[in-house]
Design a protein around this ligand. Sequence first.
Ligand code: DX5
Ligand code: ZN
Length: 222
Amino acid sequence: MRNVMISPSILDSDFSEIKATIKMLNGVQAEFIHFDVMDGNFVPAITFGPKIMKPLRPLTKAVFDTHLMINNPDKYADLFMDAGADIVCVHQEAVRDMNAMIKQVRNRGKKIGVSIKPNTPSSVLYPYIEKLDLILVMSVEPGFGGQKFMEPMLGKVRDFRALIDKNKYNCLIEIDGGINKTNAHLAVEAGVDAIVAGSAIFGSADPAAAIRELRASFVKTC
Ligand code: DX5
Ligand code: ZN
């Protein structure tokens, strides 16, 4: 049985209540916390930077799963690692020298993830997969929470699952975008190790209950 983790995206949470949100995530034992960093350039929206992340670090032991939807991620990755990022996930489409990017993160003892947008095929990551800690398959166009899940993206999850299992690579597969309690089991069946969910959790009146329900929705599948 695979242990599938949940990575709540705080993008659409109420930032005036961020401490209470982290406390709630600790209470439900969320394994990861997903930080959606947007620069108004790689994607149209702007969210937050390392200064917002840093004061949250002492509040939790959860893995800080940092999704950098930014151009020139090599320029900013160190700032996020300084602020407490455990996983630095960059976009393949924004990286010029992937080997250098991988080294930059690995040299600091942090985990390197690479994300691909819906139109980017899985094969672009095959040359690097052996060196990656995480692959993040986008199941919406990056930029906004609350979009509709793109089911065909599960084909990429299956491709990566087969390759990772066949070669016994030590790389997690995460899916991000439009996941809720009705479709999470499809992602788990396809082979993900971690599920990002934003609006399905923080759009709910009871986010802790929403996390429990999300877990329960796929637990029989893993
Ligand atoms: C989209 C972000 C996602 C998003 C998830 O660009 O990367 O992490 O916030 O939100 P939902 O679950 O609402 O699609
Ligand atoms: Zn994300």
